[in-house]
Design a protein around this ligand. Sequence first.
Ligand SMILES: [Zn+2]
Length: 141
Amino acid sequence: MILTGSALHVFTDGLVLGAAFLTDPLVAWGMTFAILAHEVPREAGDFALLLTAKWERKKALIWNATSRLACVFGAIAGYLALSAARDWIPFVLSIAAANIIYIALSGILPWLRHEQETFAWQGGFMVAGAAMVPFGMRFLH
Ligand SMILES: [Zn+2]
C-alpha cells in the first residue's frame, strides 16, 4: 500500500517537474530542490515503515527505490504531454501549488503547532516559501 501510494505521489511530482522544465530552468531547478527537500525525509519514513513491517533492509531499499522510478516516468510523461499542450502548463503548476499549500496547511501546520521548540523556524520557512510564489509566478507569463 505504501509503495503504491508513494509511486503515485512521485509520479505526480514528476508530472510537475516535466511542466516546470517546459517553463523555465530556474523554476524547474527550484521545483527540483523543493521536491528533493520533501521527498528525502518522506523516503526515509517510508523505508522505516517497511522495516517496521518486518521487511529485510535490502528488500525494503530495493522496492522503495524501484517505486520511486515513477517520478522519472511522470517527468517524461509530463514533459511530452505538456510539450503538445503548453497552454495547460499554468493550470498544472497552479494545481500543484494549490495541492502543496493544502498539504502544508491541513497536514503539516496542525502537527507543527505541537512542536513548540521548532514552530518559529518551521513557520519562518513556510512564510519564506509562500513569499517565493510571486517570484516563481513571473516565469509563467
Ligand atoms: Zn513529493
